[in-house]
Write a protein that binds this ligand. Structure first.
Ligand SMILES: Nc1ncnc2c1ncn2[C@@H]1O[C@H](COP(=O)(O)OP(=O)(O)OP(=O)(O)O)[C@@H](O)[C@H]1O
Ligand SMILES: [Mg+2]
Length: 252
C-alpha cells in the first residue's frame, strides 16, 4: 500500500513576546490510503496546530508534509477540514451551506445540485435541506459541516474534535455515522479527539502526542474487528488498548 500522507520531522514555532513558543518538535508519521487515524494528546499540546499544518493553512517551521507523493505547499481541495464548531453561514439553508465550496469554485448550480443531494442522503439530512442553521441541533449542524467538507470529494478528511460540543449520546451516534460515511466514501480520516474510548472505538491506529513541544510518543494500531459495537468498550482487549493510550498521555 502506498502512503497518502508522509509527515517528516515536522517542527512548528510561534513567535512569543520574548522568545519562540515551540509547539511541535520532530513530529513524524505516515498515513495509508483509507486509514482511520485518531490523534490524542494533552490539552494545548499542538493537536489543532498539527491539523492546520496538514491542511496547508499553516506552514511548518521545518520538516516536510508529503501529500500524494508531493510536498504540500498550501490548502488543497483534496483535503477537507471539519472544525469543532460547525461554522455554518446562518443566512444559508442546509443545502446552500453544503454547496458553498463548489459555488466558490464558480461552478453553475445545476452541476453540483446532484452531488449535494447524494451528500445529503449520505449524512442523513434528508428533509432538512431547506432548514436554517438556527433550527438544527448540534449533531445536525455537524452533519452539514461534514457534508460540506465531503462535497469537494477530498481524499483526506481532517476533523478537529468534531463531536466535542455534543452530548454523550449524540456523540456516540455521530461516531458510528462517521464510520458509515468513511466506508461509503473510501476517504482517509485523520481525527483529533479528547476521548480515548472514541479513538479506540473508531480508528485503525491512534497517535499519541506528547506534551509541548509535541512529538508522537505512541503509534498504536487498533486491531479490534469491525464492525465495532459500543459494548466492546467493556471488553478486556478494548480496556488494554485504552490503558496503553492513557499511560502514553500521562507519561508524555
Ligand atoms: N496562531 C498562533 N499563534 C501563537 N500561538 C499559537 C497559535 N496557534 C496556537 N498557538 C499556541 O500553540 C499551542 C498549541 O495550541 P493548539 O491549539 O494546537 O493545541 P491543542 O492540542 O489543539 O489544544 P486543545 O486540546 O485545547 O484543543 C498553545 O499554547 C497555543 O496557545
Ligand atoms: Mg485543539
Amino acid at each position: 500500500m502506498t502512503t497518502i500522507m508522509d509527515i517528516r520531522n515536522l517542527t512548528k514555532n510561534f513567535p512569543g513576546d520574548n522568545d519562540m513558543l515551540q509547539v511541535l518538535e520532530g513530529v513524524s508519521f505516515s498515513i495509508q490510503p483509507q486509514e482511520f487515524v485518531c490523534i490524542v494528546g494533552p490539552s494545548g499540546c499542538g493537536k489543532s496546530t498539527l491539523l492546520r499544518l496538514l491542511d496547508g493553512l499553516l506552514r511548518p517551521s521545518s520538516g516536510e508534509i508529503i501529500f500524494e507523493g508531493k510536498p504540500l505547499q498550501g490548502p488543497k481541495q483534496r483535503i477537507g477540514f471539519v472544525f469543532q464548531e460547525a461554522n455554518l453561514m446562518p443566512w444559508r439553508t442546509t443545502i446552500e451551506n453544503i454547496i458553498l465550496p463548489l459555488e466558490l469554485k464558480g461552478l453553475p448550480r445545476e452541476v453540483f445540485f446532484e452531488r449535494a443531494q447524494s451528500m445529503i442522503e449520505l449524512v442523513g439530512l434528508k428533509s432538512f435541506e431547506a432548514m436554517y442553521p438556527r433550527d438544527l441541533s448540534g449533531g445536525m449542524a455537524q452533519r452539514v459541516a461534514i457534508a460540506r467538507a465531503l462535497i469537494s470529494e477530498p481524499d483526506v478528511l481532517l476533523l478537529d474534535e468534531p463531536f466535542g460540543a455534543l452530548d454523550a449520546l449524540t456523540r456516540e451516534r455521530m461516531g458510528s455515522e462517521l464510520i458509515r460515511v468513511w466506508k461509503a466514501r473510501k476517504v482517509t480520516v485523520l481525527m483529533v479527539t479528547h476521548s480515548i474510548d472514541e479513538a479506540v472505538l473508531l480508528s485503525d491506529r491512534v497517535l499519541v502526542l506528547s506534551r509541548r513541544p509535541a512529538s508522537v510518543c505512541l503509534n498504536l494500531p487498533i486491531s479490534l474487528p469491525r464492525p465495532r459495537k459500543l459494548e466492546m468498550t467493556h471488553t478486556q482487549a478494548f480496556g488494554k488498548l485504552a490503558g496503553k493510550i492513557r499511560e502514553g498521555i500521562q507519561s508524555s
